[in-house]
Write a protein that binds this ligand. Structure first.
Ligand code: FPP
Length: 243
Protein backbone atom coordinates (compact mmCIF):
# COMPACT_ATOMS: atom_id res chain seq x y z
CA UNK A 1 0.00 0.00 0.00
CA UNK A 2 1.48 3.44 -0.90
CA UNK A 3 2.37 5.54 2.11
CA UNK A 4 1.11 9.08 2.50
CA UNK A 5 4.30 11.15 2.98
CA UNK A 6 2.33 13.90 4.75
CA UNK A 7 1.05 11.54 7.39
CA UNK A 8 3.79 9.20 8.46
CA UNK A 9 1.74 8.03 11.44
CA UNK A 10 -0.81 6.58 9.05
CA UNK A 11 1.80 3.98 8.21
CA UNK A 12 2.65 3.51 11.88
CA UNK A 13 2.16 0.36 13.94
CA UNK A 14 -1.38 -0.71 14.79
CA UNK A 15 -0.24 -3.06 17.54
CA UNK A 16 2.64 -2.01 19.80
CA UNK A 17 3.97 -4.33 22.50
CA UNK A 18 6.28 -3.04 25.23
CA UNK A 19 8.74 -4.72 27.59
CA UNK A 20 8.78 -2.09 30.34
CA UNK A 21 12.27 -2.54 31.75
CA UNK A 22 14.50 -0.45 33.99
CA UNK A 23 12.27 0.46 36.95
CA UNK A 24 14.72 -1.03 39.45
CA UNK A 25 17.75 0.78 38.05
CA UNK A 26 15.79 4.04 37.85
CA UNK A 27 14.97 3.78 41.56
CA UNK A 28 18.46 2.67 42.55
CA UNK A 29 19.95 5.68 40.74
CA UNK A 30 17.88 7.80 43.10
CA UNK A 31 18.85 5.85 46.20
CA UNK A 32 15.30 4.54 46.54
CA UNK A 33 13.87 1.00 46.84
CA UNK A 34 13.00 -0.87 43.64
CA UNK A 35 9.28 -0.56 44.31
CA UNK A 36 9.61 3.22 44.05
CA UNK A 37 10.63 2.61 40.44
CA UNK A 38 7.68 0.31 39.79
CA UNK A 39 5.29 2.97 41.06
CA UNK A 40 6.91 5.55 38.77
CA UNK A 41 6.62 2.99 35.95
CA UNK A 42 2.91 2.53 36.59
CA UNK A 43 2.36 6.27 36.12
CA UNK A 44 4.03 6.01 32.69
CA UNK A 45 1.52 3.40 31.60
CA UNK A 46 -1.25 6.00 31.78
CA UNK A 47 0.63 8.53 29.62
CA UNK A 48 1.38 5.88 27.01
CA UNK A 49 -2.20 4.55 26.89
CA UNK A 50 -3.55 8.09 26.53
CA UNK A 51 -1.23 8.76 23.57
CA UNK A 52 -2.39 5.69 21.61
CA UNK A 53 -5.44 7.11 19.77
CA UNK A 54 -3.43 10.10 18.46
CA UNK A 55 -0.64 7.80 17.29
CA UNK A 56 -3.02 5.41 15.53
CA UNK A 57 -2.21 2.58 17.96
CA UNK A 58 -5.26 0.38 18.29
CA UNK A 59 -3.62 -2.41 20.33
CA UNK A 60 -1.13 -1.91 23.13
CA UNK A 61 0.29 -4.91 24.96
CA UNK A 62 2.49 -4.40 28.03
CA UNK A 63 4.63 -6.87 29.95
CA UNK A 64 3.84 -6.27 33.62
CA UNK A 65 5.01 -9.50 35.29
CA UNK A 66 6.73 -12.51 33.79
CA UNK A 67 6.63 -16.15 34.84
CA UNK A 68 10.29 -15.63 35.82
CA UNK A 69 9.60 -12.58 38.02
CA UNK A 70 8.53 -14.85 40.93
CA UNK A 71 12.28 -15.36 41.51
CA UNK A 72 12.55 -11.79 42.86
CA UNK A 73 12.51 -11.14 46.60
CA UNK A 74 9.26 -11.77 48.42
CA UNK A 75 9.08 -8.05 49.27
CA UNK A 76 9.31 -7.02 45.60
CA UNK A 77 6.81 -9.65 44.40
CA UNK A 78 4.29 -8.74 47.12
CA UNK A 79 4.82 -5.04 46.38
CA UNK A 80 4.18 -5.56 42.67
CA UNK A 81 1.03 -7.62 43.32
CA UNK A 82 -0.25 -4.89 45.63
CA UNK A 83 0.60 -2.28 42.98
CA UNK A 84 -1.42 -4.20 40.35
CA UNK A 85 -4.43 -4.43 42.70
CA UNK A 86 -4.30 -0.74 43.55
CA UNK A 87 -3.74 0.24 39.93
CA UNK A 88 -6.82 -1.66 38.78
CA UNK A 89 -9.00 -0.19 41.55
CA UNK A 90 -7.77 3.33 40.84
CA UNK A 91 -7.89 3.22 37.04
CA UNK A 92 -11.04 1.20 36.29
CA UNK A 93 -13.36 4.20 35.86
CA UNK A 94 -10.88 6.20 33.80
CA UNK A 95 -10.20 3.25 31.50
CA UNK A 96 -13.91 2.51 31.17
CA UNK A 97 -14.86 6.12 30.43
CA UNK A 98 -12.07 6.63 27.92
CA UNK A 99 -12.89 3.79 25.57
CA UNK A 100 -10.09 1.46 26.67
CA UNK A 101 -10.80 -2.25 26.52
CA UNK A 102 -8.55 -4.14 28.94
CA UNK A 103 -7.56 -7.79 28.69
CA UNK A 104 -5.07 -9.84 30.68
CA UNK A 105 -2.89 -12.59 29.26
CA UNK A 106 -0.82 -15.08 31.23
CA UNK A 107 -1.51 -17.90 33.66
CA UNK A 108 -3.91 -16.79 36.40
CA UNK A 109 -3.56 -19.96 38.45
CA UNK A 110 -0.69 -18.65 40.59
CA UNK A 111 -2.22 -15.19 41.15
CA UNK A 112 -4.18 -14.51 44.33
CA UNK A 113 -7.97 -14.61 44.26
CA UNK A 114 -8.44 -10.93 45.11
CA UNK A 115 -6.26 -9.89 42.15
CA UNK A 116 -7.91 -12.25 39.64
CA UNK A 117 -11.31 -11.03 40.79
CA UNK A 118 -10.25 -7.43 40.07
CA UNK A 119 -8.85 -8.49 36.69
CA UNK A 120 -12.14 -10.22 35.77
CA UNK A 121 -14.11 -7.14 36.81
CA UNK A 122 -11.93 -4.77 34.80
CA UNK A 123 -12.21 -6.99 31.72
CA UNK A 124 -15.99 -7.15 32.12
CA UNK A 125 -16.42 -3.43 32.82
CA UNK A 126 -14.49 -2.46 29.68
CA UNK A 127 -15.66 -5.20 27.32
CA UNK A 128 -17.80 -2.86 25.19
CA UNK A 129 -14.95 -0.42 24.58
CA UNK A 130 -13.13 -0.33 21.27
CA UNK A 131 -10.97 2.81 21.07
CA UNK A 132 -7.79 1.15 22.31
CA UNK A 133 -7.29 -2.51 23.26
CA UNK A 134 -4.89 -2.64 26.21
CA UNK A 135 -3.55 -6.09 27.02
CA UNK A 136 -1.62 -6.56 30.25
CA UNK A 137 0.68 -9.59 30.42
CA UNK A 138 0.63 -10.73 34.04
CA UNK A 139 2.33 -13.94 35.10
CA UNK A 140 3.00 -14.32 31.40
CA UNK A 141 5.75 -16.28 29.63
CA UNK A 142 5.78 -17.07 25.92
CA UNK A 143 6.90 -20.66 26.42
CA UNK A 144 4.38 -21.17 29.21
CA UNK A 145 1.66 -19.78 26.92
CA UNK A 146 2.64 -22.16 24.08
CA UNK A 147 2.73 -25.09 26.54
CA UNK A 148 -0.73 -24.24 27.90
CA UNK A 149 -2.05 -23.80 24.35
CA UNK A 150 -0.59 -27.14 23.30
CA UNK A 151 -2.26 -28.83 26.25
CA UNK A 152 -5.65 -27.47 25.17
CA UNK A 153 -4.98 -28.43 21.57
CA UNK A 154 -3.97 -31.97 22.61
CA UNK A 155 -7.15 -32.26 24.64
CA UNK A 156 -9.21 -31.33 21.55
CA UNK A 157 -7.36 -33.98 19.54
CA UNK A 158 -7.98 -36.56 22.26
CA UNK A 159 -11.68 -35.66 22.32
CA UNK A 160 -11.91 -35.91 18.53
CA UNK A 161 -12.70 -32.19 18.06
CA UNK A 162 -9.50 -31.71 16.03
CA UNK A 163 -7.67 -34.06 13.65
CA UNK A 164 -3.83 -34.08 13.87
CA UNK A 165 -3.58 -33.77 10.07
CA UNK A 166 -5.56 -30.51 10.24
CA UNK A 167 -3.05 -28.85 12.59
CA UNK A 168 -1.15 -26.10 10.78
CA UNK A 169 0.25 -22.60 11.43
CA UNK A 170 -3.25 -21.21 11.77
CA UNK A 171 -4.25 -23.71 14.46
CA UNK A 172 -1.99 -22.98 17.42
CA UNK A 173 -2.71 -19.19 17.54
CA UNK A 174 -6.37 -20.08 18.15
CA UNK A 175 -5.31 -21.67 21.45
CA UNK A 176 -2.96 -18.89 22.59
CA UNK A 177 -3.97 -16.32 25.23
CA UNK A 178 -3.76 -13.71 22.46
CA UNK A 179 -6.21 -15.50 20.14
CA UNK A 180 -8.41 -12.43 19.60
CA UNK A 181 -5.48 -10.05 19.01
CA UNK A 182 -3.49 -9.31 15.87
CA UNK A 183 0.26 -9.98 16.03
CA UNK A 184 2.36 -7.02 17.25
CA UNK A 185 3.82 -4.84 14.51
CA UNK A 186 6.38 -3.25 16.79
CA UNK A 187 7.96 -4.54 20.01
CA UNK A 188 9.78 -1.99 22.16
CA UNK A 189 12.11 -2.81 25.02
CA UNK A 190 13.38 -0.05 27.27
CA UNK A 191 16.54 0.14 29.42
CA UNK A 192 19.23 -0.91 26.95
CA UNK A 193 18.76 -4.67 27.09
CA UNK A 194 18.50 -6.36 23.67
CA UNK A 195 16.55 -9.47 24.66
CA UNK A 196 12.96 -10.53 24.24
CA UNK A 197 12.82 -12.41 27.56
CA UNK A 198 10.05 -14.86 26.67
CA UNK A 199 7.60 -12.16 25.52
CA UNK A 200 5.10 -12.98 22.73
CA UNK A 201 7.41 -15.60 21.20
CA UNK A 202 4.99 -16.95 18.63
CA UNK A 203 3.28 -13.65 17.90
CA UNK A 204 6.40 -11.55 17.26
CA UNK A 205 7.85 -13.73 14.47
CA UNK A 206 7.60 -10.82 12.00
CA UNK A 207 7.56 -7.86 14.38
CA UNK A 208 9.95 -4.95 14.17
CA UNK A 209 12.03 -4.46 17.31
CA UNK A 210 13.23 -1.27 18.98
CA UNK A 211 15.67 -1.58 21.85
CA UNK A 212 16.10 1.82 23.45
CA UNK A 213 18.26 3.02 26.34
CA UNK A 214 15.56 4.99 28.16
CA UNK A 215 14.56 3.46 31.51
CA UNK A 216 10.81 2.77 31.61
CA UNK A 217 9.94 5.48 34.21
CA UNK A 218 11.53 8.05 31.86
CA UNK A 219 9.68 6.85 28.75
CA UNK A 220 7.35 9.47 27.27
CA UNK A 221 4.59 9.75 24.70
CA UNK A 222 7.02 11.84 22.61
CA UNK A 223 9.47 8.94 22.50
CA UNK A 224 6.69 6.55 21.53
CA UNK A 225 5.74 8.91 18.72
CA UNK A 226 9.34 8.97 17.48
CA UNK A 227 9.43 5.16 17.42
CA UNK A 228 6.09 5.01 15.58
CA UNK A 229 7.37 7.43 12.95
CA UNK A 230 10.54 5.38 12.63
CA UNK A 231 8.44 2.26 12.11
CA UNK A 232 6.37 4.03 9.45
CA UNK A 233 9.47 4.81 7.46
CA UNK A 234 10.56 1.15 7.26
CA UNK A 235 9.19 -1.38 4.85
CA UNK A 236 8.14 -4.78 6.18
CA UNK A 237 8.49 -7.56 3.67
CA UNK A 238 7.56 -10.68 5.67
CA UNK A 239 10.29 -12.62 3.88
CA UNK A 240 9.24 -11.54 0.37
CA UNK A 241 11.29 -9.47 -2.09
CA UNK A 242 10.21 -5.85 -2.80
CA UNK A 243 7.72 -5.47 -5.67
C1 FPP B 1 10.99 -4.34 34.89
O1 FPP B 1 11.88 -3.47 35.53
C2 FPP B 1 9.64 -4.08 35.32
C3 FPP B 1 8.81 -4.99 35.91
C4 FPP B 1 9.16 -6.38 36.21
C5 FPP B 1 7.47 -4.62 36.30
C6 FPP B 1 6.71 -3.77 35.32
C7 FPP B 1 5.68 -3.13 36.07
C8 FPP B 1 5.29 -1.86 35.96
C9 FPP B 1 5.79 -0.90 34.98
C10 FPP B 1 4.33 -1.42 36.94
C11 FPP B 1 3.01 -1.10 36.48
C12 FPP B 1 2.29 -1.92 35.52
C13 FPP B 1 0.96 -1.88 35.48
C14 FPP B 1 0.22 -2.64 34.47
C15 FPP B 1 0.21 -1.09 36.44
P1 FPP B 1 13.00 -4.11 36.41
O2 FPP B 1 12.51 -4.22 37.79
O3 FPP B 1 13.45 -5.40 35.80
O4 FPP B 1 14.14 -3.06 36.31
P2 FPP B 1 15.71 -3.33 36.35
O5 FPP B 1 16.02 -4.15 35.13
O6 FPP B 1 16.28 -1.97 36.30
O7 FPP B 1 16.00 -4.04 37.63
Amino acid sequence: MPKDPDNALQAGPRHVAIIMDGNGRWAQARGRPRLFGHHAGARRVREVVEACPRLGIKYLTIFAFSTENWKRTQVEVAGLMSLFRRYIVKETNTLKNNGIRVRFIGDRVRLDAKLTELMDTLERETQDNDLVHLTVALNYGGRDEVARATKRLARDVAEGVLRPEDVDEETLPKYLDTRVLPDPDLVIRTSGEARISNFLLWQSAYSEYEFIDTLWPDFTAAELERLCLNYGSRERRFGAVPA
